[in-house]
Design a protein around this ligand. Structure first.
Ligand code: GLY
Length: 445
């Protein structure tokens, strides 16, 4: 009988997982729901996609998994976790890597999540949970003028956090929470910390956990961290801000978090994502938690997963058996950069790019030394067509971030989306990894 793995994801994160599972000699075929048209490009193994479905199409996902008798399912999208896709599949006897609805609350209910962190004495900025606008505005009027983050408590496609430079901007941001509908009905007012952000990942079987790597995301649309927040414009890994001291603090945060979840009777079988920030306090560097997510980060996974040596299918089985402590995650020690290639205008209006041809992508996919993971790209009559905000990701590796960056950007020169009057409608940041590029350059000069 064939061994078939299902991945519940549509974008680059799912594509990185397809690539990782396909490397396992034990896996014969992969199903990606919904997947995308580029899911198959890094493997010769069959990859089936279901573009008509959503990651939350619970009953249809169950039916497909039953029909194919899949051996393991990876649920890795926030909406799917909230919708209880993992729960339904487990109830039907399937092996699943992915948080249940209840424990996924650590991501989909940011008010509950902050209260949980506070109760467990985890390092967090000061915050206030508000259930209506007036409450937030009255609270702000008792506070000194300062920078804040106003956060929708529910899931808002990664766009639910509005930075405010002062109390006045925070009042406007509170009014904007209404645009997130029910996700913004309850919101948080959080002290804005100043420091360097990172994303760290562990995998847990409910008994123990193991570190799966870290990356540094670049969330703003333009170079120098300017412009609107996006789902992520690129990452570098491993982030050099994580030295031994920071790693110890990260490990302690995860320890305490899993202890806290156990006390709440919330076993965790899947990937837990710490969005952290390193803040300088006098001579000390201290890690604070910005948020937890109940899944892999996108595009973080695209530059972490290719460096993991382990058979990811075996890891999935060990998670389901509660035997994760029988293995040790191992890395290749290489530096990696991932650059998100986007439609010009993303994350706002990019409608003029939709339907345009991505020229040169066929060459880029063949380019040695880089990997392409698809997202909002369609294949029509053998041509690659823009069909979303983040179109595809280019991943390159090197002995250090300089080498990886050079390879990624050299490869990207091969691609364009020709628009009117010679305009290139392909947009990507040109400074991914800039913090570590500076560190490495300063160190060697
Ligand atoms: N890279 C940000 C996220 O996955 O939420």
């Amino acid at each position: 009988m064939k061994t078939i793995v299902a991945i519940i994801d549509a974008g680059g994160r799912g594509a990185a997982l397809v690539d990782a599972y396909a490397k396992s000699p034990k896996v014969d075929e992969i199903i990606a729901i919904p997947g995308n048209d580029l899911m198959h490009i890094n493997t010769n193994k069959p990859v089936h996609i279901y573009p008509q479905l959503k990651t939350t199409s619970k009953e249809e996902i169950l039916k497909i998994c039953q029909e194919f008798q899949v051996s393991l399912i990876n649920v890795t999208q926030d909406n799917a976790v909230e919708a209880g896709v993992s729960d339904l599949l487990r109830q039907n006897g399937f092996k699943v890597v992915g948080a249940s609805h209840s424990v996924g609350r650590i991501e989909w209910d940011k008010a509950w999540s902050r209260d949980f962190m506070s109760k467990n004495f985890l390092p967090i900025p000061s915050y206030k949970v508000c259930s209506h606008q007036e409450e937030g505005i009255q609270f702000l009027r008792t506070q000194k003028d300062q920078a804040w983050f106003i956060k929708a408590a529910g899931l808002a496609e990664g766009k639910g956090v509005i930075p405010a430079r002062n109390n006045m901007e925070a009042e406007v941001a509170i009014e904007e929470m209404a645009k997130f509908g029910t996700a913004g009905q309850t919101f948080l007012i959080e002290q804005a910390l100043i420091g360097e952000e990172f994303s760290a990942f562990v995998v847990s079987d409910g008994n123990s956990f193991q570190f799966m790597g870290a990356a540094q995301d670049h969330k703003r649309a333009f170079d120098n961290d300017e412009g609107p927040n996006t789902g992520g414009m690129g990452c570098s890994s491993p982030p050099l801000v994580i030295d031994a001291n920071i790693q110890t603090q990260i490990d302690e945060i995860f320890e305490k978090t899993f202890e806290g979840l156990k006390k709440e009777n919330l076993p965790y079988q899947g990937v837990l994502y710490l969005g952290g920030i390193v803040v300088t306090e006098g001579n000390l560097k201290k890690v604070y938690i910005i948020e937890f997510n109940a899944r892999w980060g996108d595009p973080e996974i695209e530059c972490i997963m290719p460096g993991i040596h382990n058979d990811i299918y075996e890891i999935g089985l060990l998670i389901n058996e509660g035997k994760l402590n029988q293995t040790q995650i191992q890395y290749d020690g290489r530096a990696r950069i991932v650059v998100a290639a986007c439609s010009l205008g993303y994350p706002e209006d990019y409608s003029k790019v939709k339907g345009k041809e991505i020229v040169g992508l066929n060459k880029l996919i063949q380019e040695p030394g880089v990997r392409v993971y698809g997202s909002g790209t369609k294949v029509v009559d053998g041509r690659y067509i823009a069909n979303g905000g983040r179109l595809f990701y280019v991943v390159a590796e090197g002995k250090d971030v300089l080498e990886a960056r050079e390879k990624a950007y050299r490869a990207l020169e091969k691609v364009s989306i020709p628009g009117e009057n010679g305009e290139d409608l392909l947009h990507y940041r040109k400074d991914i990894g800039y913090r570590d590029v500076k560190r490495v350059t300063d160190f060697s000069s």
